[in-house]
Every structure is written in C-alpha cells, then in structure tokens.
Design a binder for this molecule. Structure first.
Ligand code: NDP
Length: 272
C-alpha cells in the first residue's frame, strides 16, 4: 500500500500539488498516493483527524487554513513559529510536526533557478498577508541590504517590521512610501493578481529593478509583471518555481529525499 499524503484547503480543485508530488514520487521511486482534499471552512480540524485515521502520513495546507495548522501542530520548526503559519504537516507517533516551506521555496527559486543572489540586494516586498509573513525571515537570513515591506493597509506592514526588526534592516509603509529608494528585486506577495488587479504602486519603483517576481502564477503575464515589463524590468518571474520548490522541501520533510525540481517546473509550465 502506498503512503497517503494530500493537500488540504478551500477551494482546492485548482491545486497543482497532486501533479507535483506525483511527479516527485515517480522520479524518486517513492510509493506514495497524493490527492487533494476540500475541507469545510469550519471543519479543518475534523478533516485533518479523518485523514489521519485513514492512515495519512502528511498534509500540505493551503488557503485559508495555514494559521489553524499552526495551532494544530504539537511541534513547530523555528521558521513556522515565526511565520505563525504552517503549510506542511507530518504525522508522527508522538504528535504533529508543523513546518513552513514557502520562504525556502521562494529563496531557492530566486537563487538557484533565476540565478540572482539576495545578499546585499535592496528588496521591496508588496503585501503583508500570510505569504509575505512566511518569506520575511528567510529573505532576511540571506542578508539583503534592505527589506522594505509595502502594503495597501500600511499598519499591517508596520506590524511585520516591528516583529522582524531584530533580524535585519527592514522598513515598512504604504505603496508610495519609498519614492527615493532604488530596489533591485520587487516581489509581489499581494493577492491582487488573483483578482486581475494591480497593486497601486508608482512606476518609479521599477527604475533600478533587475527582477520583478509575482508569487501568483497563470498561463499569461500577470498585470503586475506586465506593468514591470512596461517599465523596463528585464527579468520577470511568476510563482510556479516557488510552488514547486516549496513542494520539494515538503517532500524532503516527509520522505528524506530531495527531488529534482527543474523538470517538474518545465512540465507544470507546459500545462498551465
Ligand atoms: P492574504 O489574503 O493573506 O493577503 C493578501 C494581501 O494582498 C494583503 O497584503 C492585502 O492587502 C493584499 N491585497 C489584496 N488585494 C489587493 C489589491 N487589490 N491591491 C493591493 N493589495 C491587495 O493572501 P496570501 O498572503 O496567502 O497570498 C498572497 C498571494 O501569494 C496569492 O496570490 C497567493 O496565490 C500567492 N502565493 C503563492 C505561493 C506560491 O507557492 N507560488 C505560496 C503562497 C501564496 P491588505 O492588507 O490591505 O488587505
């Protein structure tokens, strides 16, 4: 019998995680079954318990349950504790381990796949929701020269600045708070692209940027990436690489083997 894993969320039918993990398992000769589970909005805990009783070994957790998964975990990694969000659960005899692999996925995508070092760079992170929170510490650990967090609702960005201020040079504000700053990398961690919208950022933020990165992915450039391209940014990337890299990190946590990600990124791009 293959070991049972799944991704759990609401909605979930759009999830690419079953495709990714099935490809990883084939590539590494691991005997696993990985499917997608829809949990009712008020029924996450019960859905997890049912899955566990069916023999489930681990879960990926997606919107909107990452905070609940954090509360459910009996053991948290440092990065999950600080992010206050869990996207990977591992069921063990003595409890439930919770981890957050989103930040590691982003760093690997930028550094290994896109070939840009974060050390010494000036980074602008748009958004202050769950995805932004999960990547702040991993970004700061790479020693950027500056991390600026800009959010539509600035007090949420300022709260994150307060939380992470001891880990590096970090500033916060709204989308027009940094008119003089020269950013090297601009990361869109807002959900604006999900709604076909563009965060109300001034075009001047792109004047020195080498990379514009949108965590959202789709078969065509998002509004954010089109806007960046229009204003001269040479390198554009969507969140497919991050998605596959965070999945590889989860796969490693569960199976102790690190799959190759590049062929899976290529496969996924071809079927978007
Ligand atoms: P949240 O709902 O937690 O946060 C949403 C954020 O987007 C908030 O900062 C919100 O600002 C901002 N926002 C929403 N709409 C707009 C808008 N029209 N203009 C400007 N800002 C806006 O979402 P998540 O953080 O969980 O997800 C954010 C994005 O990251 C999603 O697109 C998601 O798909 C993607 N993601 C991708 C991953 C990957 O592996 N590629 C992994 C995780 C997430 P405010 O505070 O003002 O409401």
């Amino acid at each position: 019998m293959p070991d049972l894993y799944a991704v759990i969320g609401n909605p979930i039918s759009h999830s690419k995680s079953p495709l990714i993990h099935t490809a990883f398992a084939r590539q590494t000769n691991q005997s696993i079954q990985y499917d997608a589970r829809l949990a009712p909005l008020d029924g996450f805990m019960l859905a997890v318990e049912n899955f566990r009783q069916q023999g489930g070994k681990g879960l990926n957790v997606t919107v909107p349950f990452k905070l609940e998964a954090h509360h459910l975990s009996t053991h948290l990694t440092e990065r999950a504790r600080i992010a206050q969000a869990v996207n990977t659960l591992k069921f063990e005899n003595n409890g439930i381990s919770g981890d957050n692999t989103d930040g590691a996925g982003l760093i690997r995508d930028i550094e290994s796949n896109l070939g840009l070092s974060i050390a010494g760079k000036r980074i602008l992170l748009l958004g202050a929701g769950g995805a932004a929170r999960g990547v702040i510490l991993p970004l700061l650990l790479q020693n950027p020269a500056l991390l600026a967090i800009a959010n539509r609702t600035p007090h949420k960005a300022e709260a994150l600045q307060q939380q992470f201020t001891s880990h590096g040079h970090i500033v916060a504000g709204d989308f027009i708070a940094f008119p003089e700053e020269k950013f090297d990398i601009i990361i869109n961690a807002t959900s604006a692209s999900l709604h076909n919208a563009l965060p109300q950022i001034p075009a001047s933020i792109f004047s020195h940027a080498a990379l514009a990165y949108d965590m959202m992915y789709s078969h065509e450039l998002t509004h954010f990436l089109k806007f960046a391209q229009l204003h001269g940014v040479q390198q554009l990337a969507d969140g497919i690489g991050m998605l596959v890299e965070q999945a590889a990190e989860s796969f490693f946590i569960w199976r102790g083997i690190y799959p190759q990600t590049k062929p899976v990124i290529t496969m996924l791009k071809s079927c978007l």
